[in-house]
Design a protein around this ligand. Structure first.
Ligand SMILES: [Fe+2]
Length: 325
């Protein structure tokens, strides 16, 4: 039991003048018994955000914007504090003939193509094709730009670890000039990580999983994207996964310490987060906060893509999960 000085009001004022705080006051607020994230469950309907994104396509070019991107800001956070505290989920639009100039940054980025085709991303000069559903990686500090040679607008989801890098004060950024892309590398960066995971192959693997295993009670059929060169996670700061839910799936409650962003790639359903239900359909994006009990239900066969900072928490030895309850 801490001994409080008799004239503690004055004491607190006096130590505050020295930029010193008493840890025994409001300890529970700063060292809670369980995660108490300052952001909340949220869902962005693609049918509502898409027209706003295309409106930006009329008033600002990709060259002017650098990147024509809308950040999905958590309603409980402000400014560019993110979708979770560690991650940004964004929607990016690139119009036919446009080019987003090259740059690089310490934030790792992933793309998940939602609609359109004919664009490619360059990663350290390698050309990486982009088709609907593809999962594409831009590793930390790799040069990258986007070029659209197709006929229709393209939209993809960007996932970035901006909040994590900001918290660690490790953000560096360097603009570059557009470079002539190399030949198509097939998404395989020479001597390095796989950069492109085509959706057609991932979807086939989900179907195989459905044939040979029983669904998990919380996650249905779930696969994580891995780096085939070492069997580790596809990205160094984000765990990325695909889940297939059978029509009628009614999942058990689950909670984990990694706040997770989900994108519906196929089908319809709803997810209960805490006391609230969030109905989702194709291309909707929703966020489940850290340690928030949640359960998925599917009204049709459905595929959910997800990303979170789980791999970072696992590397630090602090990741937890719980089922049921
Ligand atoms: Fe970037």
């Amino acid at each position: 039991m801490a001994r409080i000085p008799p004239d503690h009001g004055s004491y607190y004022d006096r130590i505050a003048a020295h930029h010193v705080l008493p840890l025994w006051v409001d300890t529970g607020k700063y060292v809670p018994m369980a995660p108490s994230p300052p952001y909340e469950p949220a869902l962005w309907k693609y049918s509502e955000i898409r027209p706003l994104l295309f409106e930006a396509g009329e008033v600002i070019s990709a060259e002017e914007a650098g990147r024509r991107v809308l950040v999905l800001q958590n309603p409980a956070l402000s400014g560019f504090d993110g979708t979770t505290r560690s991650l940004y989920a964004c929607l990016q639009l690139i119009m036919p003939g446009e080019q987003a100039p090259e740059h690089r940054h310490t934030q790792s980025a992933m793309r998940l193509v939602l609609e359109g085709d004919g664009a490619f991303t360059t990663v350290d000069g390698d050309r990486v094709e982009m088709e609907a559903g593809d999962f594409i990686i831009t590793p930390s500090w790799s040069w990258h730009g986007h070029v659209h040679e197709g006929e229709t607008p393209m939209v993809w989801l960007d996932g970035l670890d901006n909040g994590l890098m900001a918290q660690l004060d490790t953000t560096f950024f360097e603009p570059g000039s557009p470079a002539q892309p190399h030949e198509d590398s097939g998404g395989k960066k020479q001597g390095s990580r796989l950069l492109r995971y085509p959706y057609c192959k991932a979807r086939e693997n989900l179907d195989i999983l459905r044939k040979v295993t029983e669904p998990d009670a919380c996650h249905g059929y779930r696969m994580e994207y891995l780096d085939p060169s070492d069997g580790g996670p596809a990205m160094s700061t984000m765990t990325t996964a695909l889940m297939l839910l059978d029509q009628g799936f009614d999942g058990d409650s689950y909670q984990c310490t990694d706040g997770t962003i989900f994108v519906a790639l196929e089908g319809e359903g709803e997810t209960t987060m805490g006391e609230r239900n969030f109905a989702w359909k194709r291309h909707d994006v929703f966020v489940v906060p850290s340690w928030c009990p949640h359960a998925h239900r599917a009204t049709t066969d459905a595929v959910l893509f997800s990303f979170s900072d789980r791999i970072v928490q696992q590397k630090l030895g602090v990741w937890r999960e719980a089922r049921g309850g």
